[in-house]
Design a protein around this ligand. Structure first.
Ligand code: GLN
Length: 391
């Protein structure tokens, strides 16, 4: 008989909502993935790599030319040199990088600080490794961190702090002040930082990405995680990478080699070449800001009160003025009755507390976003009618 090691871990909300959307033929703004074409040039480069015979295992740490390009990119953008031989590893998506990093660092009894709402893959991996997630709530509505509160939760068992900026699901971008507070907190301790920076290039309103790589006192104790899925609108390719100081990376590779050994070879060759085109990723913020503004404009026209997202491809919207059902029930009703799927924010909290808020992915064509707005307008009209009835 199977004895579950993870009895409390449920199926990911992304799998649940995407299949619900499909079943009910709803517009899917739930799981985060773009629905437009990716670069034909990049596809040609993958084809070329395959035709050139790059079809066998890549080196365990990844194709060296790709790691060299990534090293140059980090140095140029964040002023920190990562040695491509020893400090960069190519992974099967950001998810595998996160999994390998957490599995490398966290031991039985270790505590890990996780800011909530949190991306859904962190806590389960901490628990799988015998660690204890210690949750700190970001303050609504602007999702700020109370560093005093974090300070109070730090003790001799604290092993890791997981930071994610730009932040999924809230769209929060953490500031230089936040990084300074984090620095003060960890200096003189053995605490490591896992910095999920998969949305580094999707950041709005002229804000800067404060990578931990920019701060030497943080970089020396940090593992940084990135995803080519976000950089090239190709989430299905499942390719990403992590960077960390040599001593940490040496340990991560011990785990990485037995999770996947090496990531997809031809895509690594293709991206190594495509990375030359800096504008492709440096233009992402502008590209997605236009989408955010278009979607938010439509929502505002309908009558929703929207606090614009600062980065990522997600926008949260508070529905508590229109409904007192749980956000999961609301997401279910919107999908089944109105044909529009979103993620209930409660799924990003360990105690699934109801927030009345849903997360929408605006990495979609304008047509899809306009279609989604039509569905939401129908909901809004009905909700207003209902509210009047009960006044
Ligand atoms: N990162 C994506 C999101 O937040 C989904 C990833 C996944 O499906 N696991 O929606």
């Amino acid at each position: 008989m199977i004895r579950s090691k993870v009895p409390n871990i449920k199926t990911s909300i992304f799998a649940i909502m995407s299949s619900m959307a499909q079943e009910h033929n709803a517009i899917n703004l739930s799981q985060g993935f773009p629905n437009f074409e990716i670069s034909k040039d990049l596809i040609s480069l993958v084809n070329k790599a395959m035709l050139d015979g790059h079809n066998q295992y890549a080196p365990m740490a990844g194709v060296l030319s790709l790691r060299e390009k990534l090293s140059l990119k980090a140095e140029k953008l964040y002023g920190k040199k990562y040695n491509p031989e020893t400090e960069i590893t190519i992974t099967a998506g950001g998810t595998q990088a996160l999994h390998s990093a957490i599995s490398t660092i966290v031991k039985e009894g270790d505590e890990v600080i996780i800011f909530e709402p949190a991306y859904d893959s962190y806590a389960p991996v901490v628990k799988l490794n015998g660690g204890r997630p210690v949750y700190v709530k970001l303050k609504y509505p602007n999702f700020s961190i109370d560093w005093e509160e974090v300070n109070k939760l730090i003790n001799s068992k604290t092993r890791l702090i997981i930071l994610n900026s730009p932040h999924n699901p809230s769209g929060k971008v953490f500031s230089d002040d936040d990084m300074q507070s984090l620095k003060k907190l960890v200096i003189g301790t053995n605490i490591l930082i896992l910095s999920d920076e998969v949305y580094e290039h999707i950041i709005f309103d002229g804000a800067e990405h404060n990578s931990v790589a920019k701060y030497p006192e943080l970089a020396e104790r940090s593992i940084l995680v990135f995803s080519f899925g976000k950089m090239y609108h190709a989430t299905g390719w499942k390719l990403g990478y992590c960077m960390a100081p040599e001593a940490i990376m040496k340990e991560i590779r011990k785990v990485h080699q037995f999770v996947v050994y090496a990531a997809n070879t031809p895509i690594q060759y293709a991206i190594a070449e495509y990375l030359e085109k800096e504008d492709e990723y440096l233009g992402l913020s502008k590209f997605y800001q236009k989408k955010r503004d278009y979607f938010n404009g439509l929502l505002t026209e309908i009558g929703f009160d929207v606090i614009p997202s600062g980065g990522t491809y997600f926008q949260t919207v508070n529905f508590s003025a229109y409904s007192d059902e749980t956000d999961f029930k609301l997401a279910e009703r919107l999908t089944k009755k109105y044909g529009i799927a979103a993620i209930p924010m409660s799924s990003f909290y360990h105690n699934e507390e109801n927030t009345g808020t849903l997360r929408f992915c605006f990495a979609k064509t304008d047509d899809t976003l306009a279609g989604a707005a039509e569905k939401l307008a129908n909901f809004h009209k009905d909700a207003k009618k209902q509210l009047k009835l009960f006044k």
